[in-house]
Ligand binder design. Structure first.
Ligand code: SF4
Length: 221
């Protein structure tokens, strides 16, 4: 499961299903701005800065969680109980930094995404990653985030929810609300049409009436 899906799932389960099950995608100004920022960060390459090895656009994965993705930036900091990294002497501890073009959100989606990167790095390098950071374009500042037990528990629950949705026969129903205004998939989702569609309950009602009148006939129909 792509780590980016955690954002979509937190925003709207139907949006997550449209993107990650149905293969739908549309851009709006918010998605384009986010994409441009990530492409800019990844394009900066790798470097060493004040004793810290900085790697951008690092491919990561966790077999345990079934997650994969690309970390915007990982700082490898010298640490006595860190891991070896190819081509560099000493031991290093990964410190993931996620870039967001907007402001801090009210929900925990960004923090959970950072936590997903941390568990991937832990599995790949065999060291504990207990802290990382999120950089916000507004106000152009990074804030440190503890990869706490509660954040890890939220991640476990989100991964389990994604698996449940994958196994479900139907996509989640639209949850019409203010978030729909910022959703790039409005024309694919058609929230007003779908949420107002009562044809299924109408047909179910007829079938129920038929079963009540004649259980055997009702079942045959
Ligand atoms: S339009 Fe609204 S209900 Fe539909 S996917 Fe987007 S946020 Fe979800």
């Amino acid at each position: 499961m792509p780590i980016s899906g955690l954002q979509h799932l937190t925003f709207c389960e139907r949006q997550w299903a449209l993107i990650h099950i149905e293969g739908e995608w549309s851009e709006n100004v918010l998605t384009v701005e986010g994409k441009q920022l990530h492409e800019f960060v990844h394009g900066q390459g790798s470097e060493s800065r004040s004793g810290v090895r900085v790697v951008r656009g690092l491919r990561i994965r966790s077999l345990e969680f079934g997650l994969y993705g690309v970390a915007d930036m990982v700082e490898f900091r010298p640490s006595d109980d860190g891991a070896k990294i190819t081509g560099h002497r000493g031991l290093w501890r990964p410190y993931p930094v996620e870039y967001k073009h907007g402001r801090k959100r009210n929900d925990n989606a960004n923090e959970m995404q950072l936590c997903a990167q941390a568990v991937c790095l832990e599995e790949m390098f065999g060291v504990k990653v207990s802290v990382g950071a999120i950089y916000y374009g507004q106000p152009k500042r990074r804030g440190e985030v503890e990869i706490s037990d509660s954040l890890r528990a939220e991640l476990v629950s989100a991964c389990s929810r994604m698996r449940t949705l994958y196994d479900q026969e139907d996509d989640p129903r639209p949850t019409v609300g203010n978030h729909c205004r910022n959703c790039s998939l409005g024309d694919k989702c058609m929230p007003d049409v779908i949420s107002g569609d009562r044809s299924k309950s109408y047909v179910d009602g007829i079938m129920r009436d038929l079963s009540d009148q004649n259980p055997v006939e009702g079942l045959r129909r």
